[in-house]
Design a protein around this ligand. Structure first.
Ligand SMILES: Nc1ncnc2c1ncn2[C@@H]1O[C@H](COP(=O)(O)OP(=O)(O)OP(=O)(O)O)[C@@H](O)[C@H]1O
Ligand SMILES: [Mg+2]
Length: 259
């Protein structure tokens, strides 16, 4: 786990961000920092602006005010997208053409391709990512035949295939069964151990709680908390603390800050 040293440079720096969707202000002056090696959870009730905040970071939502920097570069000038892995919030919309797991995960490698085909290193990274999420024996299967939780694992493998320095995931645990949640938690633990910085949108901390260095809570497009994860103080803040909690095995951890 990353030491919470303030000296580490930010990989995401959002300052005073405002954004509107239609006429409706959705971000109303958001500050959000993720430093190198940090795992930050972005929490908040439905509609509080979490997805809009991460989508503004990756350039899918324009700001009406404020600034965003990625790896110290203004987002508008940032081109190094191979350093960033993004897992969007899952929607129920069915995808059109059924692709295989391997094809979908390979698409995560596109930003690294230089000559229009996958190199040996690309292919190895794809197989490694598929293996990490526990789908190696199903790589040739169509994604349309997968459960929701398995599908989510494919999207995460796609983000991991680019071997990103910064991983942004929007509710990776939503609708995912406990077995898949445990696989995702251990996958993430490995990434974090390897130095990856992570921004996670979550409803509950759940099995990811031991990994999280800091929590930022949004309410109505404003930050109402930025600090230790709610109810995760004490021994949980100590380095090397990575056991799975008794409460993580069953019901999700309720923070009370989210409703
Ligand atoms: N395309 C859109 N057009 C207009 N308003 C939108 C659009 N997308 C989202 N909103 C509104 O913006 C607000 C913030 O939405 P956002 O998706 O960022 O919330 P969230 O915190 O991610 O919620 P959830 O927990 O449900 O995913 C909500 O009030 C939502 O209704
Ligand atoms: Mg959302």
């Amino acid at each position: 786990m990353a030491a919470p040293t303030p000296e580490r440079e930010p990989v995401i720096s959002v300052r005073g961000a405002t954004a509107a969707l239609g006429a409706r202000p959705v971000l109303r002056g958001v500050d959000l920092t993720v430093r190198r090696g940090e795992v930050v959870a972005l929490l908040g009730a439905n509609g509080s602006g979490k997805s809009t905040a991460v989508r503004s970071v990756i350039g899918q939502v324009p700001l009406t005010g404020g600034t965003i920097e990625l790896f110290g570069t203004d987002r508008k000038r940032f081109r190094d997208w191979a350093r960033v892995g993004y897992v969007p919030q899952r929607t129920t919309a069915a995808s059109g053409v059924p692709a295989t797991i391997r094809e979908v995960v390979s698409s995560g490698r596109l930003s690294r391709r230089r000559f229009g085909w996958l190199t040996k290193a690309d292919k190895a990274a794809v197989e490694r990512a598929i293996d990490l999420v526990g789908l190696a024996d199903r790589a040739k299967d169509s994604v349309s035949a997968l459960s929701g939780g398995q599908h989510q694992r494919v999207l995460i493998a796609r983000a991991l295939a680019s071997e990103p320095e910064l991983l942004i995931m929007d509710e990776p645990m939503a609708g995912v069964d406990l077995a898949s949640q445990e696989i995702l938690a251990s996958t993430l633990r490995e990434q974090v151990a390897g130095g990856t910085s992570v921004l996670l949108v979550l409803h509950e901390l759940g099995p990811l709680e031991p990994l999280i260095d800091r929590a930022v809570v949004l309410r109505d497009g404003c930050v109402v908390h930025d600090g230790p994860p709610p109810e995760a103080l004490g021994q949980h803040a100590l380095p090397g603390h990575d056991h799975v909690h008794p409460h993580a095995a069953g019901e999700p951890l309720r923070t009370g800050l989210l409703t």
